[in-house]
Design a protein around this ligand. Structure first.
Ligand SMILES: [Fe+2]
Ligand SMILES: [Fe+2]
Length: 182
């Protein structure tokens, strides 16, 4: 799916949904960081960085939607405890601009997969949230691949994507399931 090297066990979604409020807090911070990383990347690309602006705005809208649900539930966003998946991926994909772009594309692809699984199992507003956001994350995945192809030789992008996708799959396989988006 979307160039990922593994598929997540559908049972994962039940573990993630065992504590909806904690899942939503993690999700809110993920959207906030996605917007921030896009805004940072706009200032690092040699050209065409502003193409990321609509996607960055979408991530902020996603963040706002999750925050609205948290607020209705009387749940504080709280400080970001960090997400082990994103941290480990950043440690592995650390070879400059291409890795940064592909890493962001991988997170979007995995988010699409996980949002799809969550939408199948969740109910009510949580189901509606993940069902309505997943296609937008798939679009962001495509945008990052396009940006990588525009700035680096295609063969190098394909090669590095498959290396990082394998590394990402190993990271996902080792994660302890819990109330997180990844
Ligand atoms: Fe998003
Ligand atoms: Fe996204």
């Amino acid at each position: 799916m979307l160039g990922l090297a593994s598929r997540t066990d559908p049972l994962w979604a039940r573990a993630a949904l065992a504590d909806e409020d904690a899942l939503l807090r993690d999700h809110a911070h993920l959207e906030r960081k996605a917007a921030g990383h896009m805004i940072t990347l706009m200032g690092q690309l040699p050209s065409g960085g502003e193409r990321l602006l609509p996607a960055a705005r979408e991530e902020l809208e996603h963040f706002e939607r999750v925050c609205a649900i948290l607020h209705r539930r009387g749940v504080e966003l709280g400080p970001d405890p960090g997400n082990p998946y994103v941290q480990e991926l950043a440690r592995v994909a650390n070879q400059g601009l291409l890795d940064r772009v592909l890493r962001m594309g991988l997170v979007e692809a995995r988010s699409y997969e996980h949002f799809s699984l969550l939408a199948e199992v969740a109910t009510g507003e949580v189901r509606d949230l993940f069902a309505s956001l997943k296609d937008s994350e798939a679009g962001h995945h495509a945008l990052f691949v396009t940006i990588a192809m525009d700035h680096f030789p295609r063969e190098r992008v394909r090669q590095r994507w498959s290396e990082l996708a394998e590394a990402e799959a190993r990271i996902v396989a080792k994660l302890v399931w819990g109330p997180r988006v990844h």
